[in-house]
Design a protein around this ligand. Structure first.
Ligand code: ADP
Length: 610
């Protein structure tokens, strides 16, 4: 478990995105939405047509009632026609309700199938992206893709588009009809509607959109921080880092509140004004005043005011729906873009030709590597690791030790050159074959939610109890497991709360059980928990025998006896040899050794003076 600090959210100061960037983003969003919805777009068009028809049907009864009212004011009254008109209005209303139900049922059915397909697609994708992809993201962020974004798409597929179409068709049909009744009065009616659009446009101007984007990012950061905080609380506390994790959570809460405030304050003011201009009372006032003036001037027949008052007043509320619908469409668009980007992430390419590993000779040939962020981290690495030997990687912090080690289990793929095991490029291994060949124990121990046994069996699902016990005994964790309330069936986080060191010994047992010919270790696993340090060291010793072992060393005195030491400096291999030879050479290793000695001396002094 690592305590991850989320990337800076940026733009908190309210800086605008450059216009071109905002436009490009909008275009990318539209393209991503189109592409990701492509599998359902045909079916959604059918649902949209049904909703459009239902919306027309929601206006028609008013028109029939207006016609009936006009008839009632005639003399003599044609009662049959009045009844017929009212009857027709009721029938159209029923048809509208039916159409609406069919459209919504249809869109939900389409969405249910689509969500399943999409989640499967994403899950399959996650099994193919490089492992390093997860290292760069917190579990909260990954949850964001699988849950929040897919949910946002549900709203887009099942509701937003239909709501938007409904909200757009009603005012269009109504205005079209009113235009045929009296075009001048229709223009008067449009004054509050246009005012609404102008005000609404103000809410969603570039500043507003930027503030919404900042708010959305804070919201995601909060969601990630919450998951990290809750998920990692035991491990984080075991490492004495509760304050730090809590701080990240607290910062995220505060940031989200500030961003919400910044986003909503201007919106609330403008929204209040825009809501007022489309309120039925306000629209009625405008229509009555305009209508009376028209009647006074002899432009308008007093009877023609009737449809405006009956039908026109409802336009405002449907416009409100249009506003909310467009916001939902935008949120869905952003989610679609993120999912689209995830689906475009390059995958580990595998030319599956399983062959089986015989010995486990590992060779790095001209290996170069750079993270997405740019500068070269590793350059020209040529090295061979032979079975039955331990090779230690040393070097100043940031020199590339962890990166080099992580290339072997393919957390990342080399940028140039290749890594082979028994002469075969590791990119040709199936992922299963690779994990049967290369075991690793890194600092950030990941345990899955489940029992201790399930966690161990991840390495070798067919292992029997005897094999499991051999591994846990060698990793010095067997007795601790037996002391748990339900032994091997205790659930991590429920009745099995492990300290950092214990979790690491469990992961060492897992690596032992996997019994892989090649092993990559981070020696810092021994650091986490001073009480179990000796136990972890013994466990590691059991793990390495007879294998090809690469160990990232942080404390030089623990690796003086290894077969070979590789010294990395700024991404290149500057020295290699045994401890004695490298010390005699008087290069970087000798300097590092001196620093290490001085540090140990200082530590001993502190102990003495206590
Ligand atoms: P070491 O293990 O020797 O301390 P690392 O392999 O962790 O060194 O890091 C080597 C360089 O790569 C450093 O400059 C570090 O900042 C950078 N780096 C490490 N991990 C990442 C990552 N996930 N993304 C971008 N840069 C990284």
């Amino acid at each position: 478990m690592t305590v991850q600090t989320a990337p800076p959210v940026g733009e908190e100061s309210g800086n605008r995105l450059p216009k071109a960037t905002a436009k490009a983003r909008k275009q990318r969003e539209a393209a991503a939405r189109k592409e990701i919805l492509a599998p359902v777009s045909g079916m959604l068009t059918v649902a949209s047509l049904l909703v459009a028809l239902a919306s027309v049907c929601s206006v028609v009864p008013f028109l029939l009632i207006v016609a009936a009212c006009r008839e009632l004011l005639e003399s003599p009254v044609d009662t049959d026609r009045v009844w017929w008109l009212f009857g027709a209005a009721v029938i159209v209303l029923v048809v509208r309700a039916l159409l609406q139900v069919v459209a919504l049922t249809w869109s939900h059915a389409v969405d249910a199938g689509y969500q399943l397909t999409l989640r499967r697609l994403l899950a399959a994708k996650l099994t193919r992206v490089p492992l390093g992809w997860f290292g760069e993201r917190s579990s909260g962020e990954v949850k964001g893709y699988l849950r929040d974004d897919v949910d946002a798409l549900h709203f887009l597929v099942a509701h937003a588009r239909l709501d938007f179409i409904g909200a757009a068709v009603v005012p269009l049909v109504t205005l079209g009809y009113l235009f045929t009744v009296d075009w001048r009065l229709t223009l008067v009616l449009m004054i509050p509607l246009i005012a609404y659009f102008v005000l609404f446009g103000k809410i969603m101007d570039r500043d507003g959109r930027d503030r919404l984007a900042v708010y959305t990012r804070w919201e995601r950061r909060l969601s990630a921080a919450t998951v990290e905080f809750v998920d990692g609380i035991q491990v984080v506390r075991a490492f004495g880092q509760a304050g730090k994790a809590h701080k990240e959570f607290q910062d995220a809460v505060e940031g989200q509140v500030t961003a919400a405030h910044r986003m909503k304050t201007p919106i609330i003011r403008v929204q209040a004004a825009s809501d007022i201009v489309v309120m039925p009372v306000f629209v009625m006032l405008v229509v009555v005043l305009g209508g009376l003036a028209g009647v006074g001037l002899g432009w308008v027949d007093p009877l023609d005011l009737l449809p405006f008052l009956l039908v026109g007043l409802g336009i405002g509320s449907s416009l409100l729906g249009l506003g909310y619908g467009s916001q939902a469409l935008r949120a869905g668009g952003a989610a679609a873009l993120r999912l689209h980007e995830l689906l475009q992430t390059p995958e580990l390419d595998i030319t599956e030709t399983p062959a089986g590993v015989q010995t486990g000779v590992v060779r790095f040939e001209g290996v170069e590597f750079a993270y997405r962020t740019g500068h070269d981290v590793l350059r020209g690495i040529d090295v061979e690791l032979t079975p039955g030997t331990i090779t230690a990687l040393v070097g100043p912090s940031g020199s590339g030790k962890s990166t080099l080690a992580k290339l072997l289990p393919r957390f990342y793929d080399v940028g140039a050159g290749r890594i082979t095991i028994d002469g075969r490029d590791i990119r040709e291994f199936t992922s299963e074959e690779l994990y049967r060949t290369v075991g690793f124990v890194f600092q950030d121990v990941r345990l899955i939610r489940g029992s201790i046994r399930e966690n161990l069996l991840l390495a070798r699902p067919d292992a029997d109890d005897a094999a499991i016990e051999r591994a846990t005994r060698a990793a010095q964790i067997h007795d601790r497991i037996l002391a748990l309330p339900r032994g091997y069936d205790s659930e991590i986080g429920v009745d099995a709360t492990l300290s950092g060191g214990e979790a690491q010994r469990l992961s060492i047992a897992r690596a032992l059980l996997a019994d892989t010919p090649v092993l990559v270790l981070d020696e810092a696993t021994a650091f986490a928990d001073p009480e179990s340090e000796a136990a972890v060291q013994d466990a590691l010793a059991a793990l390495v025998s007879g294998r090809t072992v690469l160990v990232i060393a942080h404390r030089l005195h623990t690796i003086t006896g290894v077969d070979r030491i590789l010294v990395l400096d700024n991404g290149t291999l500057v020295e290699q040899g045994t401890h004695a030879r490298l010390r005699a050479a008087g290069g970087l290793y000798q300097q590092l050794w001196q620093i290490n000695e001085d540090a140990l001396g200082a530590l001993a002094l502190v102990e003495e003076t206590r």
